[in-house]
Design a protein around this ligand. Structure first.
Ligand code: SDX
Length: 392
């Protein structure tokens, strides 16, 4: 009998990992395994990637509707206007070790920012949207600043005329992305923006359900996202592919991983393991990655081909168990193709997913209920206290 079915005499069933349990109602993201589609507020993600800007998608997730021209202009203006960060934050970044984990740098920066502002949960939607837009705008800037400071490069100031994804890439790399690079960055920002009740999103609403503040909920979500079973996988994917080194080594690598019963990063997913179609985000990301890899050639095309061979090898061996590629396989590859160091990958996931975390917290607060599950006690009871002198 599996742990999940184990029940004691009173029939208290334990759902390990809350697997298969519905714990919330939402209008934000719907994953339809029958059609193999993901919807953000009812819109097909594939269409949003194709036709929408990141700003439109962020507005849609946060406010529940696609913005009209005036709303989009104002939202974009807000994001652009808030890209400037306090010099004390730059001083803070300069104090950090150059090899600090970028996702830790984001967490520290949010903590510093909210502590300085003495941010608390006033219950004011206006205050919460203010903080959200501030952080959505500022976190990419913090990440780009840290990247350049840690490499001894001059920081690059934001460019008013660039939209959110383009400005981030420009501030990181010191140059404007070309059209294919821009499509890659924008696709990553849109695809990573939400994905229903992922562990980090559940963490955010768990913290928010105590009526703690939005900043604390985001910090908690970041801490969850860092884990290699979740947002840390896109970093492990790239390191794994670089370790494999060549398409010819893929079969042996996969065989040995399976023999050692080790998890292969970028594969498997709690939500898609029962779906024959797998993670709908994979083909979207893969096509953009193919385009960029073929354009850049050399080591970039080699990495893409290793990923493709990995996808085929793992799917042929483990697909029957529902282990197929997930979002992080080709998201990791795309970030490599964009010359982003792998350590930055989870942080880039975070500067996009903050939109989904905020949207879910604000939605949850509309019908807030303290999250407090039970655990089934299986330890001894009624033991007698033994004085220290009589213990062995
Ligand atoms: C993300 O939730 C979200 O929405 C997350 C996310 C988002 O957008 O927010 O989609 C982003 O986190 C994607 C996932 C990134 N993580 C990884 O790529 C890490 C590797 N993946 C695995 O650790 C795993 O697939 C999980 C953690 C993602 C899901 O694990 P589950 O649902 O708990 O799977 P399971 O343990 O029930 O596995 C079922 C079987 C097992 O085999 P048996 O013991 O039954 O023989 O599948 C096997 C597992 O061993 N399996 C894998 C595997 N994942 C599952 N085998 C090899 N490699 C893997 N990656």
């Amino acid at each position: 009998m599996s742990l999940c079915q184990h029940a004691d005499e009173q029939g208290k069933k334990v759902f390990w990992g809350l697997e298969g349990l519905y714990v919330n109602e939402t209008e934000i993201c719907y994953i339809d395994n029958d059609s193999g589609k993901i919807y953000y507020r009812g819109y097909d993600l594939e269409e949003l990637v194709k036709y929408a800007s990141f700003e439109e998608v962020a507005y849609l997730l946060l406010y529940g509707k696609l913005p009209n021209a005036r709303e989009l202009e104002e939202f974009s203006r807000q994001l652009r206007a808030r890209r400037f960060i306090d010099s004390s934050v730059i001083d803070l970044l300069k104090m950090l070790p150059a090899d600090a984990y970028p996702i830790d740098v984001l967490r520290l920066s949010i903590d510093y920012y909210c502590t300085r502002k003495k941010f608390i949960n006033t219950g004011s939607l206006k205050d919460n949207y203010e903080l959200a837009i501030d952080l959505i705008s500022k976190l990419p800037v913090v990440l780009a600043y840290f990247y350049r400071i840690s490499k001894g490069l001059d920081v690059v100031l934001p460019r008013e005329e660039f939209d959110h994804p383009a400005n981030f890439y420009y501030m990181m790399m010191g140059r404007e992305p070309d059209p294919v690079e821009y499509e890659a960055v924008k696709t990553i920002f849109i695809i990573y923006a939400d994905h229903s009740l992922a562990n980090s999103t559940f963490t955010a609403i768990t913290v928010a359900s105590t009526l703690s503040d939005l900043g604390s909920a985001i910090i908690a979500a970041l801490s969850s996202l860092k884990g290699p079973l979740h947002g840390g996988a896109n970093r492990e994917v790239v390191n794994m592919i670089l370790e494999i080194g060549d398409e010819e080594n893929v079969e042996k690598f996969v065989k040995e991983k399976i023999e050692r019963k080790e998890r292969i990063m970028g594969f498997g997913h709690r939500v898609y393991k029962s779906s024959s179609r797998g993670d709908p985000r994979v083909p979207i990301l893969k096509e953009v990655a193919r385009k960029l890899a073929e354009k850049k050639g050399g080591k970039y095309l080699k990495v893409f081909k290793i990923a493709e061979r990995l996808e085929n090898e793992v799917t042929s061996r483990l697909g029957s168990k529902g282990v197929r590629p997930n979002v992080d396989l080709y998201a990791g590859v795309l970030l490599y193709l964009l010359d982003i160091p792998p350590d930055y990958n989870p942080a880039i996931f975070a500067i996009s997913r903050i939109v989904g975390w905020v949207a879910h917290v604000l939605e949850y607060w509309k019908h807030n209920r303290l999250i407090r599950p039970l655990e089934r006690y299986v330890g001894p009871i009624g033991l007698k206290y033994v004085p220290l002198s009589e213990r062995e």
